[in-house]
Design a protein around this ligand. Structure first.
Ligand code: SAH
Ligand code: SF4
Length: 378
């Protein structure tokens, strides 16, 4: 007699498994190994969420899967689209009630570049690192996300685009985009603090037999965990690396980013140099511009001098700060231009991140903060 488990937590989340692991699971459950590939195809190419649909699997297997497996967790508690529909944000409730956010950013074709659909993924509920300008940092740390919870965020938006391809408003002639082209690990949490689950999720999304997203279309952003950066440089999966630098001196960086006391600027830059030597890949340095704090000409020169030895392997992404509960202000366009000009004088390539999704609280952690305030006032 088979006993159906009542507790749904005993179900295996298939989105946490690589294809070889899925094969093992299938074989352990008394099925033929080749079924794994069929199932993987349903999960990642057809983007199915329902075992009953999986018509090339025997009925008995479909029933077994429904009893013993799940396709990601996820209850969508809120979905917001910006007015121009180029930014969409979801608030997801996990099986244990924790809330996380994911954002989809849509870019129309531009010059030579085709349209892009980038998912900004969370890797933890909350964050342990407490950066002073960051809404997530102010929440504290709840827990790591599983690989399946990370993968599920990407699949949610992949299904949405598959069902309704996006065409930029005002650009009716542009080809609609129906799939995810990039992912950035810039949602809630610190990816390299959850190293194993993050790498597992990236391998799953990279798998040629499954979702098949190229490693060059994936970006890991880190607060600067030096040992983990060194480990990442040795991975066969060569993703893009972004470093949240935000200040060129230890004095200033320790004020806004407490992790700097453990891994100071010089150690971080040394790890980046070694990363570049090992991978021959460019590193992006994120620099959140905080008016009157880190955006002065003096700091621009110090930043230029700090990164000049990395030559063409360093790129600075200037990010005007998104307002959170902290009282930081965004610099005006003049200050941003002046800061960037100084970086160019030092030979540092740089760009400015276009603000988006202001009307839907798109910066990391902001939607959950707002949602929890509303819940608390009810
Ligand atoms: N923990 C990782 C990734 C998540 S944060 C990291 O810190 O890199 C993703 C990026 O958003 C980081 O560069 C972070 O510094 C930045 N960020 C945090 N709060 C912000 C805010 N209020 N406005 C703009 N960018 C912010
Ligand atoms: Fe954590 Fe990144 Fe926010 Fe810092 S910026 S608190 S590391 S999520």
């Amino acid at each position: 007699m088979t006993i159906t488990p009542i507790n749904t937590n005993t179900k295996t989340d298939l989105l946490a498994l690589t294809l070889p692991q899925l094969r093992d699971w299938i074989v352990e459950h008394g099925e033929a190994a080749f079924r794994a590939k069929q199932l993987y195809n349903w999960l990642y190419q057809r983007l199915s969420t329902d075992f009953a649909q999986m018509s090339n699997l025997p009925q008995a297997l479909r029933e077994k899967l429904a009893r013993e497996a799940s396709i990601g967790p996820m209850i969508v508690r809120s979905e917001l689209h910006s007015k121009d529909d180029r930014t969409r944000k979801i608030l997801l409730e996990l099986a244990d009630g924790k809330l996380i956010e994911s954002v989809l950013m849509l870019y129309p074709p531009y010059g030579e570049n085709s349209a892009r659909a980038t998912v900004c993924v969370s890797t933890q509920a909350g964050c342990a690192f407490g950066c002073t300008f960051c809404a997530t940092g102010q929440m504290g740390f709840d827990r790591h996300l599983s690989a399946g919870e990370i993968v599920a965020q990407v699949l949610f938006f992949a299904r949405e685009l598959r069902a309704a391809p996006w065409t930029a408003a005002g650009l009716p002639g542009s080809t609609p985009i129906d799939h995810i082209t990039n992912i950035v690990l810039m949602g809630m949490g610190e990816p390299l603090h959850n190293y194993n689950n993050v790498l597992q999720a990236l391998r799953i999304l990279n798998s040629a037999e499954g979702f098949n997203l190229g490693a060059r279309h994936m970006t890991v952003s880190t607060v600067g965990l030096v040992p983990a950066i060194r480990k990442l440089s040795q991975e066969p999966l060569q993703v893009n690396l972004a470093i949240s630098l935000h200040a060129p001196t230890n004095e200033l960086r320790s004020q806004t980013m407490p992790i700097n006391r453990k891994y100071p600027v010089q150690e971080l830059i040394a790890a980046c140099k070694d990363y570049i030597a090992a991978t021959r890949r460019q590193v992006t340095f994120e620099y959140v511009l905080l008016a009157g704090v880190n955006d002065t000409a003096e700091y621009a020169h110090l930043l230029g001098k700090l990164l000049a030895p990395l030559k063409q392997f360093a790129h600075v992404n200037c990010i005007p700060v998104n307002a959170t509960a902290a009282s930081y202000r965004t610099p005006g366009p003049e200050a941003i231009r002046a800061f960037r000009t100084i970086l160019f004088e030092h030979g540092i390539s740089n760009s400015v991140r276009a603000e988006r999704g202001d009307d839907i609280a798109a910066a990391c952690g902001q939607l959950r903060t707002r949602f929890e305030k509303v819940q608390a006032s009810k």
